[in-house]
Design a protein around this ligand. Sequence first.
Ligand code: ASP
Ligand code: CP
Length: 320
Amino acid sequence: MTDHLPFGEVRNPRFFGQDILSVSQFDRSDLENLFGVAHEMYGMVQRVGTFDLLKGKVLTNLFYEPSTRTSSSFVAAIERLGGSVVQINNVTYSSVSKGETLEDTVRTMEQYTDAVVLRHPEKGAAARAAAAAVKPVINAGDGPGEHPTQALLDAYTIKEEMGRFDGLTVTMLGDLKYGRTVHSLAKLLTLFDVKINYVSPEILQMPQDFMDAVAEKGIPQHATTDLDEVLPETDVLYVTRIQKERFENPSEYDEVKDSYVITPDVMKGAKSDMAVMHPLPRVGEISTDFDTDPRAAYFRQMEYGMYVRMALLALVLGRA
Ligand code: ASP
Ligand code: CP
């Protein structure tokens, strides 16, 4: 159908019209393509701010859970590309509170818009929504499952900050059981020649199924409760929040909530050329005293996220 595309429009079949549900759907060349477009988006935003690549396209942001970054960066991304967004950020004021199912809600929104970005508290919800919908569904976090667009921006951040993936040691710290960002990132990093360390309280270890998926790809992994053991070899320290909202027993949360705190003093034990990342929000696991350290990459990480989401929307909606 390429003949009928407007001048300059090239569609990448790996992205165009596709649901974005899990990082498992990507290979190394998909990342190269996406990151190339993200880099162009960065340049365009610096030069002109907004442009009309997705003029006429309308996105749904359907969020059943709180969000600042994912929701806002998708809004900024589509608007910078000349498109617009229908936001349902508080489902209690939608017909969800009358008992409408996820499937019917998504099928409603696809009548009005060109793609649906969905965040939901249940693992597998994005896949369910995608099965009901014809138009693309983008998983913006499905409970303790995955957060694939976060992993894409995390990988882009690693590339921008460290200049490479191969040979890096990435240490994931905090809530590895419920933290969906680390689930996606660990799987995505298997596309590269990395070593992954997991540092967490005993009760919040990386789930076995994710570790098995990483092991299958031959990636070395090491789990410990002791950050000091692995900090000196770490090139990327990926810190996460303990996911309070996923605990059934509040006293268990209280036991582990202050397990690790990154401070300038702790970071004396790390390399000088490394990056500290965090998907955010943080609730005390990185001290604000560390924010001015050049290794603190978490604010830059958010900005990269907008370019990556611009690139993803452009590719999924067919104009990159
Ligand atoms: N914002 C990320 C997520 O929604 C991480 C977090 O909430 O701790 O998964
Ligand atoms: N990183 C992330 O998903 O942030 P929000 O929960 O604020 O969207």
